[in-house]
Ligand binder design. Structure first.
Ligand SMILES: [Zn+2]
Ligand SMILES: [Zn+2]
Length: 374
């Protein structure tokens, strides 16, 4: 537990999925108790750590009056539903918050016992391992992008849309992906994940520019689609604090999925990177993974540079190969240990951006998309 700014503490929670190690839960303290940002994965392991961290800081779950969820990935929303049940806390998200799993409140069944929750967590961890996905790599549902106007989702996604928005769940939009599991095993693994990843129902959905008073200061909500379509950052203009979620991370570049993330996810991402870099007086980034960092514009430049470089690599590979599939190109730009549906999904996001920008051409051939540098 570290105080990163007056009235703002950082608490690390473990992640039991492959990949990331931990997520930062921030506590925003005030006279009523505290608000927490991104209370970790669902399941008993993370919950025990959450209670222990709060205790060290001198708080209990009942002191939490607000939960802010930066976006619809399970390592961020996981603990929110249980906090709401135990303390009556408000849950604040961006207006577009929604995921590929059914909401907790849509489930008629009673809550699981502690033992059942342990079992569900164990099964989900095994499923994540088998599907070769990490906590950062679970996409949001937003393929019904036609319903997405500004920042309003008109209707809740159907189950079929939800299934279709999971790139490791079925046929991918670019065709020809090799999934790590055969279809039946994949369905079972996804069912195990769905059970534990049911998101909570937000009590307050904010839009870009709305004010949220927490930790005795006014935060401005900044809608930052790109990593997910519902990503929300919070900015404190007085102290220059930016709660950056997974939008800007200090040591890794956030995953940009081409599935269920809008027509041009990369463009949304780059534009909203520029948006946060230009915030007047931004002084300290408080990321969801890794350490707080002080040069937000510098980090934004480095991430943008990474994507520029990746597009140059794709263009060079495409020129060398001629007409090529998403798999061909993903294999050119990712090291072999990263090959798979997630690498393809990110390559697809880059290729679609290049098509929209006129830098590449796309056509369909026998159920697969082919691309060529324009
Ligand atoms: Zn994350
Ligand atoms: Zn994320």
């Amino acid at each position: 537990m570290i105080e990163v700014a007056p009235g703002v503490i950082r608490m690390q929670l473990p992640i039991w999925m492959p990949g990331l190690g931990h997520v930062n839960m921030y506590g925003l303290l005030d006279d009523r108790g505290l608000a927490v940002v991104d209370p970790g994965l669902p399941g008993p392991k993370s919950w025990r750590a959450l209670k222990a961290r709060l205790k060290t800081a001198g708080y209990g779950v009942k002191d939490i009056h607000t939960v802010i969820v930066t976006h619809s990935h399970p390592d961020h929303f996981g603990g929110a539903g249980r906090i709401k049940r135990e303390s009556g806390a408000q849950i604040v998200t961006h207006k577009a918050f929604t995921t590929w799993s059914l909401e907790e409140s849509n489930r008629r069944n009673r809550l699981p016992t502690e033992k059942e929750a342990e079992e569900a967590e164990r099964m989900a961890a095994a499923a994540a391992q088998a599907l070769d996905i990490g906590g950062e790599e679970i996409p949001t549902i937003a393929d019904h992008i036609d319903d997405y106007e500004g920042d309003v989702l008109r209707e809740d996604p159907t189950e079929a849309q939800q299934a279709g928005s999971v790139p490791w769940g079925g046929e991918t939009p670019w065709g020809g992906s090799k999934h790590p599991l055969p279809p039946l095993a994949r369905r079972l693994a996804i069912r195990a994940l769905r059970r534990i990843f049911a998101p909570p129902r937000p009590t307050r959905r904010v839009v870009h520019g709305e004010r949220v008073k927490l930790a005795n200061r006014d935060w401005v909500s900044i809608h930052t689609p790109g990593h997910t379509i519902d990503h929300l950052c919070l900015f404190d203009p007085e102290h220059g604090l930016l709660i950056s979620g997974d939008h800007v991370l200090p040591s890794i570049t956030p995953h940009i999925s081409g599935v269920g993330n809008g027509a041009d996810a990369l463009k949304s991402y780059i534009q909203t990177l520029d948006l946060v870099a230009a915030l007047d007086g931004v002084r300290l980034g408080l990321p969801a993974h890794g350490h707080p960092f002080d040069d937000v514009p510098g980090r934004v430049e480095a991430i943008k540079h990474h994507h520029e470089e990746r597009m140059e690599l794709i263009l060079a590979a495409s020129t060398a190969l001629g007409p090529a599939t998403v798999q061909d190109l993903a294999h050119e730009i990712f090291p072999k240990r990263h090959w798979g549906v997630m690498a393809e999904s990110e390559t697809f996001a880059h290729l679609e951006h290049m098509v929209i920008e006129g830098k590449a051409e796309r056509w369909e051939d026998h159920g697969r998309l082919l691309y060529r540098a324009a």
